[in-house]
Ligand binder design. Structure first.
Ligand SMILES: [Zn+2]
Length: 252
């Protein structure tokens, strides 16, 4: 089927859908200038040290790793990134009352900045716009911690208990938050139309949300530049740029 016909077909499904759920990955944010950590141009591929900074064991045990992490956070591309047409389209879908939930692997909060309400967004890997104390669990805005770094604290500690602060994200070596994952699977099972957008669908368990949605009877649409393990079982697969395709799908 040619891409135009495929887009037309998905538009029809969207028109008739009652409960749309989307799962988004790094691919939707690369168009906002945020690098994909795992892709061929990804930070970890180019700089293995960057991966060390994202590993919880190194982070907790080595102050030098923490200092390097804070320096890296200071000029992270997320702080200047803006939502792109793909994010805006998903916010529009919510405005129209069609979006049941938005599961995201991203930690940039660009969905919320585009206008999706926080209660619709299930952040399976957390957010880098907050910091959390690894000892007492206190959460504070990232901006506040970055201000402390900028004014000379190389490894700012928790003001409540003196514990180690870290971005409120799931680092490598850290367990996922089980109630967040459970919620992701629960909303996936409530979809009648499920979009997987900009995700390689190779990170588990969250990639299983596709299977959960399919078994519950949802149509599956995959929008991703590269192949995914779920392409064969999807009802439609679209490889065009997300920021171009999503607004087209909404012209129903
Ligand atoms: Zn604390």
């Amino acid at each position: 089927m040619c891409m135009e016909a495929e887009i037309d077909q998905v538009r029809g499904w969207l028109r008739n859908a009652r409960s749309v759920v989307a799962l988004t990955g790094a691919g939707i944010s690369t168009e906002s200038g945020i690098p994909d950590f795992r892709g061929p141009q990804g930070l970890w591929t180019k700089n293995p040290l960057a991966e060390k900074l994202s590993n919880i064991h190194y982070y907790m045990s080595d102050p030098q790793v923490r200092k390097a992490s804070w320096r890296a956070r200071l000029d992270h591309p997320v702080w200047t990134a803006r939502p792109n047409a793909g994010h805006v389209a998903l916010a529009e879908l919510e405005k129209r009352g069609r979006l049941h939930a938005l599961i995201t692997q991203n930690i940039d909060e660009l969905h919320q900045l585009a206008g999706n309400s926080p209660e619709k967004v299930v952040e399976v890997h957390g957010t880098m716009r907050k910091v959390v104390c690894m000892a007492c669990g206190t959460e504070r805005p990232m901006a506040e911690a970055l201000h402390r770094v900028r004014t000379g604290e190389e490894d700012p500690a928790c003001h409540v208990c003196g514990g180690i602060l870290k971005s409120a994200t799931v680092s490598f070596g850290q367990p996922l938050v089980s109630n967040v994952i459970e919620r992701a699977f629960r909303v996936a099972a409530q979809a009648d139309l499920f979009f997987a957008i900009g995700s390689s669908l190779r990170v588990y368990p969250i990639a299983n949300a596709v299977q959960v949605a399919r078994e519950a009877g949802a149509r599956i649409v995959i929008l991703n530049a590269e192949e995914t393990p779920y392409d064969d079982t999807a009802d439609a697969v679209i490889r065009d740029p997300i920021g171009r395709v999503l607004p087209q799908l909404l012209a129903y």
